[in-house]
Design a protein around this ligand. Structure first.
Ligand SMILES: [Zn+2]
Length: 327
């Protein structure tokens, strides 16, 4: 599932979910599979970095955090950096919580749950959206296409997921042009989406949620030319440095895939950690600090399914089925 960008405009955050969708427990039966204890034992010697997006179900998210407090050792971004710089592996069952795109639910729903349990985390933000009310581009494109929007490079009657896949596959200038064409041809404008502001970023950081770079505008880096790759990372780096008063040291690849040109820009700018979305556990002492594996999770995931993701069993089954996450 690429990056778990939903193809619909987010509904307002819910505080309760009366009837959880079946998705949340999909594969939950694996928790009772005979190999689950073996996977759990092996996972104890690995680093689990969880990649969330927003938090739509605070009570389910709270249950997941309680589970982590019982079964794992939550660690901070700084602890991962320190382990690497000292060459000392993190404690067994270490788990780092991260959020990509960081919509407002990270502040309103995730932060109180994390703070109540004293669990640190990291949020990777799209710099050009900070302080705006602009929706994520993939939400905007899906909305515009549903409301009469058309673009030369896009099928006129494709399903939303086909539209998104097509947009992500285009060279970046064509993606931008297609978005423009969708905007001028649709008969409705997409709803606003209030984003985090600079003050919110500082509040998150003060509450042990480190802020990281997720580029300026969240393009697919593999579809960008060299100068755009540089501008997307360096521009976000500059903006975050100004807002936070210190340079960010961690980066999450938009859409989760590694890009060697991005790697070189990150090294020049002094980044110490880079995160993928490959749905894997990694070593307790990351061998490639700018290519750290992450597991895809969601706040609505049932605790049964959550356990099998944390153990690495569910990701292994996904790979056997030929669905190896984002990469
Ligand atoms: Zn993202």
């Amino acid at each position: 599932m690429p990056h778990s960008d939903s193809t619909t405009i987010s509904s307002p955050p819910q505080t309760t979910v009366p009837s959880p969708p079946p998705e949340r427990d999909r594969g939950g039966w694996l928790r009772f599979a005979p190999v689950q204890p073996l996977f759990r034992a092996r996972a104890a010697q690995r680093l689990a970095v969880l990649a969330y997006h927003g938090v739509t179900d605070p009570s389910s998210f709270g249950a997941q955090l309680d589970r982590l407090r019982r079964l794992a050792t939550p660690v901070s971004l700084q602890a991962v950096e320190r382990a690497i710089s000292e060459g000392r592996p993190l404690p067994p069952r270490s788990v780092l919580i991260t959020f990509d795109d960081a919509d407002r639910t990270v502040l309103t729903h995730a932060l109180p749950a994390l703070a109540a349990r004293r669990i640190p985390a990291a949020a990777f933000v799209i710099a050009e959206l900070i302080g705006t009310d602009r929706p994520f581009w993939w939400h905007e494109a899906a909305f515009l296409a549903r409301h009469g929007g058309q673009a030369r490079s896009l099928p006129s009657h494709g399903r939303p997921e086909q539209l998104l896949a097509r947009l992500k596959a285009l060279p970046d200038p064509d993606r931008r042009r297609s978005l423009h064409e969708l905007r001028v041809s649709a008969y409705r404008r997409p709803p606003c989406q209030e984003q985090l502001g600079p003050d919110d970023l500082r509040a998150l950081r003060a509450a042990q949620v480190a802020i990281g770079n997720h580029t300026l505008g969240h393009p697919c880096l593999s579809r960008c030319d060299d100068s755009t790759v540089h501008a997307e990372i360096a521009g976000a780096h500059l903006a975050l440095t100004q807002w936070l008063g210190e340079a960010p040291t961690a980066f999450a690849y938009p859409n989760g895939g590694f890009d060697p040109r991005a790697d070189s820009v990150l090294r020049q700018l002094g980044y110490r950690l880079g995160f993928l979305s490959d749905h894997r556990l990694g070593p307790r002492l990351p061998a490639h600090p700018l290519r750290i594996s992450r597991l895809q999770v969601d706040s609505t995931t049932s605790t049964r399914r959550f356990d099998t993701i944390l153990s690495g069993l569910e990701p292994a089954v996904q790979r056997w089925r030929g669905r190896p996450g984002t990469d």
